[in-house]
Design a binder for this molecule. Structure first.
Ligand SMILES: [Zn+2]
Length: 223
């Protein structure tokens, strides 16, 4: 069976990407990162999702010695409340974590080379997003070259694909796809704040709400 390494954060995009990979016939192994994020809720969500999906996973602890004053790493930096129509339009917001996807994708390349996986599956997208530079198609295009040049698989001429199936999809399209694939929305967690309920004010909550509203699908996290 063909294998894939999937980066799973516990949010709706990476969970949809996991279910997409399963539907494509990949045997999936998820990487879940404990990188000192603001709350542990998303790590717990990711673990539950992997278990529900019946896939193996590793939780990888990364200790960053620097933060860049990110609202996702420094509890004293307030989460921004940006109007929905301005999300992704202005300067890079304080929720940006410096180089996060570069770190995660590098781990995925290592895991794929070690486990004999022919693909890495990730859930970035650039239509309804916060404007992070490490979500863009050209960034992943560069990483495809890195995967080819920097791995045993690549040198031996075996493929190591970096698949970003959601990259040009709107949040509503992602929600529709996730619904078709049977994504357990109630287990996913998108909110940048911790808490028992999503805050409804952060970029991630607003984009998620917009997606479900436009897709005309009920978000079971609020059920
Ligand atoms: Zn929120």
């Amino acid at each position: 069976m063909k294998k894939a390494v999937v980066l799973l954060s516990g949010g709706l995009d990476s969970t949809t990407a996991l279910y997409w990979a399963k539907a494509k016939g990949y045997q999936c192994h998820c990487l879940i990162f404990d990188y000192g994020q603001r709350h542990r809720r998303e790590i717990e969500s990711a673990k539950k999702i992997a278990q529900k999906a019946g896939v193996s996973f590793d939780v990888i602890a990364i200790k960053l010695g620097w933060t860049g004053r990110s609202a996702l790493l420094d509890l004293d930096v307030k989460l921004p409340n940006i109007p929905l129509e301005k999300i992704g339009q202005g300067p890079i917001p304080s929720t940006y974590v410096p180089g996060r996807n570069t770190l995660f994708t590098a781990y995925a390349i290592s895991a794929a080379d070690a486990l004999g996986a022919e693909a890495i599956v990730l859930g970035p997208n650039v239509l309804d997003y916060s404007g992070y530079p490490d979500c863009r198609p050209e960034y992943y295009q560069a990483f495809r070259r890195v995967a080819r040049l920097g791995t045993k698989r690549g040198v031996e001429g075996k493929s190591l694909k970096i698949l970003t199936p959601l990259i040009k999809m709107t949040k509503a399209q992602i929600v529709k796809l996730g619904a078709q694939l049977g994504v357990p929305w109630e287990l996913t967690w998108s909110c940048y704040a911790g808490g028992a309920r999503p805050c409804g004010q952060c970029d991630s909550c607003k984009l998620r709400a917009k997606g479900f509203e436009k897709a005309k699908i009920q978000d079971l996290i609020y059920a």
